[in-house]
Design a binder for this molecule. Structure first.
Ligand SMILES: *[C@@H]1O[C@H](CO)[C@@H](O)[C@H](O)[C@H]1NC(C)=O
Ligand SMILES: *[C@@H]1O[C@H](CO)[C@@H](O)[C@H](O)[C@H]1NC(C)=O
Ligand SMILES: *[C@@H]1O[C@H](CO)[C@@H](O)[C@H](O)[C@H]1NC(C)=O
Ligand SMILES: *[C@@H]1O[C@H](CO)[C@@H](O)[C@H](O)[C@H]1NC(C)=O
Ligand SMILES: *[C@@H]1O[C@H](CO)[C@@H](O)[C@H](O)[C@H]1NC(C)=O
Ligand SMILES: *[C@@H]1O[C@H](CO)[C@@H](O)[C@H](O)[C@H]1NC(C)=O
Ligand SMILES: *[C@@H]1O[C@H](CO)[C@@H](O)[C@H](O)[C@H]1NC(C)=O
Ligand SMILES: *[C@@H]1O[C@H](CO)[C@@H](O)[C@H](O)[C@H]1NC(C)=O
Ligand SMILES: *[C@@H]1O[C@H](CO)[C@@H](O)[C@H](O)[C@H]1NC(C)=O
Length: 583
């Protein structure tokens, strides 16, 4: 009697201790197409990679010891020479698509493809598939130059069979020749074997995102189908032979939120891994879709527990904001690495001798010399050299000669406040502009800028340059404007606000906050005087809900095509989390 009640008591304690809840997404914000592994040899640590498209540095690598506290430890792409194509690819859907991270015999592998999404679907140079490796993923510089291989498709994923043969699965452009394809690859010389079409999926559109696993004598293949939108889902098939034939799961899809009213939508693109206790887990991409259909943060990484019994198919728990399930005990974050925990507040003062951490990203490759920390005479600030191009550029889809001066970070909270203080004293030419932006891509961004104009000829809400007459005194204006291609979208208020008297000669703080899950609010005021902040306007996240990426928050400096290149100084860069909405 005594023993059994003690046993019951112990079991209850165990259950309470270990059946805890956790929250999705585990990697909020622009972290799509997740791939994760667990490495016991590296201090029982989980590592994840996600897609970065044209954002650079690219392929962020996050690490965690408890699946909850994730630290950005490096960017696998940090040298422009690794991916020169980032600057020649046109169209915001181009760039680095889904990556797969794997570990084998002391080496980390990331296999991915750079996609030139503006090329014809059947162009053989549309896809540049490659592998990069690292022996220390805590260091961006450790990631190798690419080893390219010939596979005219995307979503490439490696699988080493027991005999050491390396197989790569991937998919073709589905409009041309559908289906999941497999090749062998010799890493020594980059030679590939003949392509085998191993599965076409269940018949939904865009069979893609394949990963192979070997378990209990079967090769299990999981793929994404239905497109990375409302019909997105994960489906599975298995075979006793790696080349097939693959038998589909009798009740596909194995995971989806399609046709549900969940806040988390577009769930799919799954990778599977096991923790130290042999429990299975899946990561999937998901979006948090607001009541108006908006999800400006884009595709994020969610986690779900999986039950996978011997010889059987895995069973996935559906993805929601609050999850309950078994999870490893809370542990300290990983030590080392270059970045900070995802979700932490950031106050950056650009102290001399400091460097821009891995959270700082640019649209395409950073132009050398345009971003200088604590330039002489400007301690604790970041010097930006203006670019000729604004954030849209000439055609909204190409890299700009001289770049687009823009430095940013991901939006990773539903509710947040982002601000930066700007020194505008060197803005002297018509349409010279410095400002803050919530930026999805060149054709989708809302900007609050301080822009020079004359009283006779205020800055325009659109257009390029203007009457640069020397006889006119230029004065700063506050301008809220933006661009979107989302068809259902109603253009936001456009505001040209004369600069309040009394602000001149002072540094100005510009701020973006999320008013709620659907709208952004823009405000401005003289630095250090919060009570004087003025509301300038609001803009909807729906206009930034498009394509494959997620919103960035940052500072830009441009002459809008005019002459009069200038330098401006950014200080007190601040990102303050104000809440995560998960249901
Ligand atoms: C965990 O707890 C939840 C509710 O508290 C319950 O529904 C679920 O069945 C439990 N799961 C396990 C594996 O014990
Ligand atoms: C690609 O497709 C277009 C139109 O479908 C066709 O005209 C062209 O010849 C094709 N090119 C190649 C390389 O197959
Ligand atoms: C790449 O592979 C395709 C067939 O999959 C072949 O037609 C093409 O010639 C190969 N290209 C190179 C450069 O080897
Ligand atoms: C996939 O579909 C193509 C036709 O579109 C067909 O030729 C091929 O045999 C199919 N592959 C498999 C593995 O069923
Ligand atoms: C999971 O979601 C799918 C799609 O909404 C639904 O069909 C299924 O019943 C859900 N499963 C559970 C266990 O709630
Ligand atoms: C969702 O519903 C549509 C319309 O009924 C159906 O065609 C589609 O297959 C469903 N998707 C999933 C993943 O169940
Ligand atoms: C940016 O510059 C282009 C010309 O290069 C111009 O057409 C466009 O209106 C400008 N506006 C914005 C919001 O970027
Ligand atoms: C403005 O002044 C500069 C030199 O001071 C001169 O080169 C330029 O032509 C003048 N522009 C106009 C529009 O008068
Ligand atoms: C969010 O805030 C905007 C701007 O203040 C407002 O127009 C909108 O109705 C709000 N939406 C919700 C769902 O509260």
């Amino acid at each position: 009697m005594i023993f059994s009640s003690a046993l019951v008591f112990f079991l209850i304690l165990e259950t309470q201790a270990r059946n805890s809840t956790y929250r999705n997404p585990i990697l909020p914000g622009f972290h799509p197409d997740p791939s994760c592994i667990f490495i016991a040899d590296w201090d029982d640590t989980f590592f994840c990679a996600s897609s970065s498209f044209l954002v650079f540095p690219g392929i962020p690598i996050h690490a965690s010891r408890d699946l909850q506290k994730w630290k950005l430890i490096s960017n696998a792409l940090s040298r422009p020479t690794q991916v020169p194509g980032i600057d020649t690819a046109k169209r915001a859907t181009s760039g680095i698509w889904a990556s797969t991270i794997r570990y084998r015999e002391g080496t980390f592998y990331v296999v991915t493809s750079l996609v030139y999404d503006d090329y014809p679907k059947n162009a053989t140079n549309r896809f540049d598939s490659f592998i990069i490796t690292s022996k220390n993923p805590y260091n961006s510089a450790s990631w190798s130059d690419p080893i390219h291989f010939n596979f005219s498709g995307y979503d490439t994923s490696p699988f080493w069979d027991d005999d050491g043969t390396l197989y790569i699965t991937g998919t073709h452009a589905w409009e041309v020749e559908p289906g999941i394809q497999m090749i062998t690859l010799d890493m020594q010389d980059g030679r590939v074997g003949n392509e085998v079409n191993i599965w076409n999926g269940t018949g939904a559109s865009a069979p893609e995102g394949p990963h192979l696993y070997k378990k209990d004598g079967y090769y299990y293949l999981i793929i994404a189908e239905g497109g990375t939108g409302p019909g997105h889902m994960a489906t599975m098939a298995r075979s006793k032979s790696i080349t097939g034939p693959y038998d589909p799961h009798p009740h596909n899809p194995v995971l989806t939120n399609a046709n549900s009213t969940q806040y988390f939508q577009n769930v799919g693109h799954v990778d599977l891994f096991q923790d130290a206790n042999d429990n299975w887990w899946a990561v999937a991409l998901s979006v948090r879709q607001g009541p108006d259909g908006s999800y400006p943060m884009g595709r994020e990484t969610s986690l779900t527990p999986v039950t996978w019994n011997k010889g059987e198919w895995p069973i996935f728990q559906n993805v929601t904001g609050h999850m309950s399930g078994w999870y490893p005990e809370p542990k300290n974050p990983v030590e080392g690495g270059e970045g900070s925990l995802i979700g932490s507040a950031a106050h950056v003062d650009f102290a001399s001798e400091s460097s821009l951490g891995p959270e700082f990203v640019h649209w395409r490759v950073r132009v050398d010399g345009s971003y200088v920390i604590s330039a002489p005479g400007h301690a604790n600030s970041l010097q930006l050299s203006s670019s000729l191009s604004n954030l849209t550029g000439r055609d909204g889809r190409s890299a700009e000669p001289g770049g687009q001066t823009f430095i940013s970070r991901r939006q990773v909270h539903s509710l947040f406040s982002f601000s930066a203080t700007l020194d505008i004293s060197s803005l002297r030419s018509y349409e010279a502009e410095v400002g803050v932006s919530v930026f999805l891509d060149q054709l989708h961004h809302w900007d609050l800028g301080i822009v020079m104009g004359s009283l006779a000829s205020p800055p325009k809400t659109s257009g390029y340059g203007g009457p640069a007459s020397n006889s006119t005194t230029l004065v700063p204006y506050l301008r809220l404007r933006g661009i979107t291609t989302v068809p259902t979208f109603v253009f936001p208020d456009l505001h040209i606000v004369p600069f309040p008297t009394g602000w001149s000669g002072q540094k100005i703080t510009l701020q973006i906050t999320a008013s709620n899950i659907t709208h952004y609010t823009f405000s401005a005021g003289p630095a250090g005087q919060e009570s004087l902040m003025q509301h300038i306007g609001t803009a909807p996240g729906l206009g930034l809900t498009w394509g494959f990426t997620g919103t960035l928050l940052g500072v830009y400096a441009t002459t809008n095509g005019g002459l009069g290149k200038f330098k401006t100084y950014v200080s007190d860069w601040e990102y303050v989390p104000q809440g995560q909405v998960v249901d």
